[in-house]
Design a protein around this ligand. Sequence first.
Ligand SMILES: *[C@@H]1O[C@H](CO)[C@@H](O)[C@H](O)[C@H]1NC(C)=O
Length: 255
Amino acid sequence: MVKIGVQQPPAALKPEKEKAAGGDGAAGAEEPAPPVQGRRSSLSGVCYLTMGLLVLLLGLVFASMYVYRYFFITQLPRESVFHCGVLYEDSLYSPFRGQLELHEDVKIYIEENYEQINVPLPRFGGSDPADIIHDFQRGLTAYHDITLDKCYVIELNTTIVMPPRNLWELLVNVKKGTYLPQTYIIQEEMIATEHVSDMEQLGSFIYRLCSGKETYRLKRRSARRRISRREAGNCHRIRHFENTFVVETVICGKS
Ligand SMILES: *[C@@H]1O[C@H](CO)[C@@H](O)[C@H](O)[C@H]1NC(C)=O
């Protein structure tokens, strides 16, 4: 099958060669033919070799990707616990207050695809201690405000929260220096909306955290509408980080 393809062109070329050669005769026409065929077959040989090498290279790439993934996954512990601290500039309330320190424990469950964060009561107050779950499977975040003993649930915001594997890599890198380099804080404002009665719809991880506690859904408040002083009395703040910056989640009751 292949040979037919290779032999056809020289036959088709011959008349043209004869025409081009003109008066050179039969001897002149036969001589150029073998080199053409030789060049052709060596050309297809190079083609086959290149294709073979390409396939081999692709195979190697896929094999090494597989090996890398396999070893990387088996290397990751099922559960990793990090005790972390960050220094950040408190630009939200007083830019002159200077550097603050935030500590938290981060548990990362790579296989189950969720993160659990415990924020203790900060030394200088201002924000509540809390347990937070980011469930990437369900796409939900739950805050358990320990001071109020209430739970708040909202869709997971992937702009703010790093997925488990990325957070794990970040914290492993940070661990070498214990602290992140100095970072900054952003604020998000939420309003508690309806009461959640069917807790099981929130998935087993959030269920375990929030079951038996008053639980509310949260709605983001647009950045345009700032909290008024009267409302502020009804708000609680939780400062936490699951990225390279600190987030203050302000949770306000219905007013
Ligand atoms: C996620 O958070 C960022 C930063 O606060 C905000 O700009 C964005 O609107 C949020 N996205 C959702 C879907 O809530």
